[in-house]
Design a protein around this ligand. Structure first.
Ligand code: NAD
Length: 259
């Protein structure tokens, strides 16, 4: 076995409360492109198209936003959890997962079997929409088919405000309670495991640094280098599914932690 994977396996094997921190790279093996990888979305689109300022600019820019984000939504609906998501779900079943702190908006951790109470979605979810005025949330399925058919940007049926996919766009603030929960779980963890993130988007990318500053072992599984590699006990350069299948092997007696 690759020595880095063996070291990761050892760290995971001894941990009792793991915080797993995931990014778009954990879902590429499910067919959802990342942003900054070699075939990432930023090789195709301009990131400024996805800012909240662009969304608010005009009806036409909102239509474009819905059209573009609709492509990713369709990929999400067609996707299934891969071996990496399943390995993370297994950690919960074994009672060794504090939380999954994810930057992803695809719902694949829940689909893999992680309980919603243990999945902290830092950047929201693409599966719901929210009204920017009254905050009402609904399933995206109630809107997307109409958007696709006539190209409209929908308004809130309750208050007439602007409806947006319930993701945190660039320029939008994270939800303070969600960030607090992520920090608490980071502080409570005895291993902080990063899977598939370039660690370039803040404040999310500050969490591995918070863990390292407390002396919590940090492990990073990513195809490319990250700016935090120097703080990690173990860095594994490889495909998330392959690496986690080898490093997070099943244990005999599951003892779930209380949520
Ligand atoms: P990123 O695109 O910046 O980085 C992804 C990293 O994962 C890259 O360094 C890449 O080399 C690595 N990677 C790609 N495939 C991998 C694999 N199979 N195994 C291991 N590593 C792999 O993504 P990020 O760090 O999550 O941050 C960007 C933002 O992307 C987040 O805010 C998130 O909301 C958004 N995003 C989410 C999704 C999703 O929900 N699936 C998809 C695209 C973007």
């Amino acid at each position: 076995m690759d020595p880095a994977i063996a070291s990761l396996r050892d760290l995971i094997g001894h941990a009792r409360r793991i915080a797993v921190f995931t990014g778009a790279g954990i879902s590429t093996e499910s067919g959802i492109p990342d942003f900054r990888g070699p075939n990432g979305i930023w090789t195709k689109y301009d990131p400024s198209e996805f800012t909240i300022q662009n969304f608010l600019r005009s009806t036409e820019s909102r239509r474009r936003y819905w059209r573009r984000s609709g492509e990713m939504y369709r990929q999400i609906l067609a996707s299934r959890p891969n071996a990496a998501h399943l390995a993370v779900a297994r950690l919960e079943a074994e009672g060794r997962l504090g939380a999954v702190i994810t930057q992803n908006v695809d719902g694949l951790h829940q689909a893999a079997g992680n309980s919603p109470g243990r999945v902290i979605e830092l950047h929201g979810t693409a599966l719901d929409v929210a009204c920017l005025s009254c905050g009402a949330r609904q399933s995206r399925q109630a809107f997307q088919p109409q958007v696709q058919e006539d190209g409209t940007a929908p308004d809130c049926p309750r208050c007439g405000g602007l409806i947006k996919p319930a993701t945190i766009s660039f320029g939008q603030s994270l939800v303070p309670d969600v960030v607090n929960k992520a920090e608490e779980e980071t502080e409570a963890s005895d291993l902080f495991l990063v899977v598939g993130s370039s660690l370039q988007v803040y404040p999310a990318a500050g969490l591995p640094l918070l863990a390292a500053s407390r002396g919590t072992p940090l492990a990073i599984v990513n195809m490319q280098e990250t700016p935090h590699d120097g703080y990690a006990q173990v860095v594994v350069r490889g495909m998330a599914g392959e690496v986690l299948s080898a490093a997070a092997t099943p244990r005999a007696s599951p003892v779930p932690l209380p949520v």
